[in-house]
Design a protein around this ligand. Structure first.
Ligand code: HEC
Length: 211
């Protein structure tokens, strides 16, 4: 009985300390403040286990079709480049100011994830990080096309990436889709998006080397 009472007092003291810490404002929430290694590790475990569990029943389609890779590149360049950069290209100021940092997606730590995991991350985003959910504004096929393109990143260098940007008639830095940021009315958005998806052609030679 005494032990239980002591444990209870200790527990209550702990709760009071936690509450005091929370309301004291001592914790520095600034993004420029590096995260402690312990919190980083805890978050990484939580994130990785959650991604693995939630994506376990997803069946990935075949992702080798060069046309799929090509449309994934367009999505990537307009929506991911600014935060994640690309082979030989640093992210924008936005990406560089984030904490946790957006990883380079050709990195082995990312590429070891399964296709279903990558799809799940892109579709649902990662809460409490800068990683947005793209599911609410994209078709399933578009999301898979991005995964298809991510798989090609490790074999690309800056020249190969730039060649794709040029062949697609896009600008060097990441441009956002009109439908993401909602410029113009519905008709303009659709027209801009369709133009981006269909009027430019990317050279298949680059993509076709290693289907
Ligand atoms: C506004 C910034 C931002 C944009 C835009 C963004 N991301 Fe992210 N992304 C992040 C951040 C930050 C993380 C790191 C989260 C973490 O540490 O868990 C991340 C993590 C990821 C991961 C998990 C990496 C790993 O294995 O740990 C993938 C995959 C990913 N992003 C893909 C994409 C793709 C594809 C796009 C475009 C469709 C995109 N991201 C757009 C910020 C962004």
């Amino acid at each position: 009985m005494r032990t239980i009472a002591i444990l209870l007092v200790l527990f209550l003291a702990f709760v009071v300390l936690v509450v005091l810490f929370l309301v004291s404002g001592t914790y520095n929430i600034a993004a420029v403040e590096p995260q402690s290694a312990v919190v980083n590790q805890l978050f990484a475990t939580l994130r990785d286990q959650s991604i693995a569990k939630h994506s376990q029943d997803i069946q990935p389609p075949s992702l080798t079709d060069p046309a799929l890779v090509q449309s994934g590149f367009r999505e990537y360049h307009s929506m991911c480049f600014s935060c994640h950069g690309a082979p030989g290209h640093k992210p924008s100021e936005i990406g560089r100011g984030l904490n946790p940092k957006p990883p380079q997606l050709d990195a082995e730590a990312v590429q070891v994830r399964g296709d279903a995991e990558l799809y799940w991350i892109i579709k649902n985003g990662l809460r409490m990080t800068g990683m947005p959910a793209f599911g609410p504004i994209h078709e399933e096929k578009e999301l898979w096309s991005i995964v298809a393109f991510l798989r090609r990143l490790p074999e690309m260098d800056a020249q190969a990436y730039d060649a794709m940007v040029e062949a697609a008639g896009l600008q060097g830095a990441g441009q956002m889709h009109a439908h993401v940021y909602g410029r113009g009315n519905e008709e303009e958005k659709t027209a801009q998006y369709q133009a981006a998806m269909t009027t430019h052609t990317v050279s298949h030679t680059l993509l076709g080397q290693n289907p």
